[in-house]
Design a protein around this ligand. Structure first.
Ligand code: FAD
Length: 211
């Protein structure tokens, strides 16, 4: 099999890339280890910044976000019980954020890709990348336990996150990472309840940081 761009990972990055390439007349194949149901149900991000909101509208996948998302013009930082509101439009010349869950973005992107004939292979296994330092790199994978298949491509886009196969496959000396590790973790607790505030609150107290 041959395509112009083989994309590993159907997260927001891989799906968005595939859709933008399609709009530019460039074909791609997206490989994803999980099922469509699983990627459309995994709760992760909730806040989209202005650049992402603008991009989604520009590439024609922003209609449901505009209908169902919540625009937030600010956020509240709370220290020792005292609120300080950060006014986004005032400080940025009109920008805001949109509260619209990442799995909803995924649903919109999957739907858009499939509606325009996009090729997304869900539940693939044994994904590996080859010949990265040549002009015809390739990706191998299995679909539904079948034969090992090969996609030859002009480019491979590794959009499979920090735990994927792409990053470790990049030849030594080419990859340059930028990161700032923090000495604490993040625990997310979801509850079904009406919002406690119109805007997000980030509160620092003697019991830790909460949002
Ligand atoms: C709790 C939480 C809250 C967050 N909140 C925000 C927020 O409010 N705003 C914000 O902007 N960001 C937020 N983020 C970060 C945001 O979720 C990530 O930046 C985003 O998911 C990165 O997208 P991605 O497409 O690069 O990778 P991912 O979303 O990680 O997608 C990678 C995809 O690749 C697939 N994959 C992995 N390995 C393989 C393989 N070998 N072969 C094929 N497919 C593979 C995975 O199944 C996955 O579907 C949050 C993250 C978490 C965990």
């Amino acid at each position: 099999m041959r395509t112009q761009v083989a994309i590993i990972g159907a997260g927001p990055a891989g799906l968005m890339l595939s859709h933008i390439l399609h709009l530019q007349g460039i074909e791609s194949v997206v490989l994803e280890t999980r099922s469509r149901e699983a990627i459309e149900a995994t709760i992760r991000a909730g806040v989209l910044e202005q650049g992402t909101v603008d991009l989604m509208k520009e590439i024609g996948v922003g209609a449901r976000m505009e209908r169902e998302g919540f625009r937030h013009d600010g956020t509240i930082l709370r220290f020792d019980g005292i609120d300080r509101r950060i006014d986004f439009p005032e400080l940025t010349g009109g920008k805001a954020v949109m509260v619209y869950a990442q799995h909803e973005v995924i649903k919109d992107l999957v739907e858009a890709r499939l509606a325009s004939g996009g090729d997304i292979r869900f539940e693939v296994t044994d994904v590996s990348v080859h010949d990265l330092d040549t002009t015809s790199p390739s990706v191998r994978f299995r679909q539904q336990g079948g034969e090992l298949q090969t996609i030859e491509a002009d480019f491979i886009a590794g959009c499979d996150g920090t735990q994927g196969v792409s990053r470790p496959a990049i030849p030594k000396g080419v990859l340059r990472g930028f990161e700032r590790p923090y000495p604490f973790g993040w625990l997310g607790i979801l509850c079904k309840a009406p919002p406690s505030s119109e805007e997000l609150i980030y509160a620092l107290s003697d019991r830790g940081l909460r949002s």
